[in-house]
Design a protein around this ligand. Structure first.
Ligand code: ADP
Ligand code: MG
Length: 140
């Protein structure tokens, strides 16, 4: 397995409860290095574009409202097999189905307010990283 980069978001339900450090600790304990990180408040347009793949889904409007309801922490994570590793550390989308010890099992409030985002492929990771970060902001 090669060293990869993936894109991560600590979602508004988690920043609201001051969980950034606890989530970062799980990412780091899982072997991922936070090579870029910033706290932002997404606009409606930014959230709609970021989640454009889901625009036909019934939860799209609610998801955009949630993702713009407070600040988020956007991150680039680096490590061996980082895309799959981050998905493993996050756990299943629905916290009811997430494994013990995962971010979502431990912290998520609901299937929507599920505390973290992680890219689902190397290709999407590259697109998502480039959407939020310039190369100069990523320090490996
Ligand atoms: P994941 O974040 O695990 O990759 P998806 O890409 O399928 O999951 O969905 C993106 C986000 O949309 C989820 O993380 C969650 O916040 C929200 N979401 C997904 N499914 C639902 C649902 N059935 N109801 C409400 N929100 C949902
Ligand atoms: Mg997804």
């Amino acid at each position: 397995m090669a060293v990869q980069r993936t894109f991560s978001i600590i979602k508004p339900d988690a920043t609201r409860r001051n969980l950034t450090g606890k989530i970062n600790a799980l990412l780091e304990a899982g072997g991922l290095r936070i090579v870029a990180q910033k706290r932002i408040w997404m606009t409606k347009g930014q959230a709609e574009a970021f989640y454009g793949v889901h625009k036909e889904r019934p939860f799209f409007g609610s998801l955009v409202a949630f993702m713009t309801s407070g600040p988020v922490v956007v991150q680039v994570l680096e490590g061996e097999d980082a895309v799959a590793k981050n998905r493993e550390i996050m756990g299943a989308t629905n916290p009811a189905n997430a494994a013990e010890g995962t971010i979502r099992k431990t912290f998520a409030e609901s299937i929507e307010a599920n505390s973290a985002h992680g890219s689902d492929s190397i290709e999407n990771a590259a697109i998502e990283i480039a959407y939020f970060f310039s190369g100069l902001e990523i320090v490996g």
